[in-house]
Ligand binder design. Structure first.
Ligand SMILES: Cc1cc2nc3c(=O)[nH]c(=O)nc-3n(C[C@H](O)[C@H](O)[C@H](O)COP(=O)(O)OP(=O)(O)OC[C@H]3O[C@@H](n4cnc5c(N)ncnc54)[C@H](O)[C@@H]3O)c2cc1C
Length: 251
């Protein structure tokens, strides 16, 4: 990953949600230019050797116009034993973050007249939300839009209602809920919801935006291609893989 401009930012608020998910809001010392769906690199001290500095990728969960008006925001899942996780636990309002910006090509590419299907699991909904709430998305003249978002439990859902309010028909796939849920909630995984879309769903007139674990993304891509003949050019994906599995993303 190429080096970008370094920014410093003050933490405005830290909100912990169920499932060890943190909404971290911050205000940089100068405007960070980014496209909806892009990520920043956050400087994080090594848990065992704080002199050693690491970099971790986090997607912005807001579009640029919201970031400027209300503050920039990350939606971060605390990974057990992680370096960023340990750093996150110690952060307080008013602390300064060091960031590099902006990276990534997980941005809106859909042409007017086509549909959009967003699929995100866990904090993978962050860049999808940034795209969905953006000015570009509102102006995109799409045929239709749907969102399928997946969480372990009902309580872990952040940003409930945000996709619906910009016109995306949204289903919440909840994988670990004991009792039967009713629409828009569904007992199962995002893949189960995808497989239950109506037979006349316009598979080939739709662009797919996938974000979350590499395993989920691979399963969905395999299904879209083998069951419905979706072309690679209609699939856009961002895997939230650990930095250690792809050293180039760590710097
Ligand atoms: C482009 C990109 C954008 C990202 N955006 C976000 C985001 O918006 N929100 C967010 O929460 N995360 C995001 N991530 C993941 C994030 O960069 C870190 O990998 C994650 O926060 C763990 O960092 P850590 O230092 O706490 O864990 P590490 O110290 O790197 O690892 C600790 C343990 O957790 C495992 N682990 C680490 N990361 C993951 C992972 N992503 N999935 C499964 N196991 C993991 C490791 O294998 C290890 O066992 C993104 C990743 C990429 C590549």
């Amino acid at each position: 990953m190429s080096r970008r401009r370094v920014h410093h930012a003050k933490i405005k608020s830290i909100q912990w949600l169920p499932g060890d998910i943190c909404l971290l809001r911050f205000q940089p010392d100068s405007v960070i230019h980014f496209e909806p769906g892009q990520f920043l690199s956050l400087r994080v001290p090594d848990r065992d050797d704080p002199e050693n500095l690491l970099w971790r990728a986090y997607s912005l969960s807001v579009p640029p116009e919201m970031a400027k008006a209300e503050g920039y925001e990350f939606c971060i899942k605390k990974m057990p034993g992680g370096h960023a996780a340990a750093y996150l636990e110690k952060l307080a309002v008013g602390d300064t973050l060091t960031l590099r910006a902006a990276y990534g090509d997980f941005t809106l590419r859909t042409k007017a007249g086509r549909g959009v299907c967003m699929i995100g699991t866990g904090t993978g909904i962050a860049p999808l939300r940034s795209i969905a709430l953006s000015r570009e998305f509102a102006k995109a003249d799409l045929l239709f839009g749907i969102a399928i978002v997946g969480f372990r439990s009902y309580a872990e859902v952040p940003f409930a209602g945000d996709f619906e309010r910009v016109g995306l028909a949204t289903t919440y796939a909840i994988s670990a809920h004991a009792t039967k849920l009713s629409f828009p909630f569904y007992n199962g995984r995002v893949m189960d919801v995808l497989k239950r879309l109506k037979p006349d769903f316009p598979w080939l007139e739709t662009d797919y935006y996938l974000c979350g674990s590499g395993a989920m993304i691979n399963d969905v891509i395999r299904y879209l291609k083998s069951a419905h003949g979706v072309k690679d050019s209609a699939i856009f994906a961002e895997a939230f893989e650990p930095a250690s599995s792809n050293p180039s993303k760590a710097a």
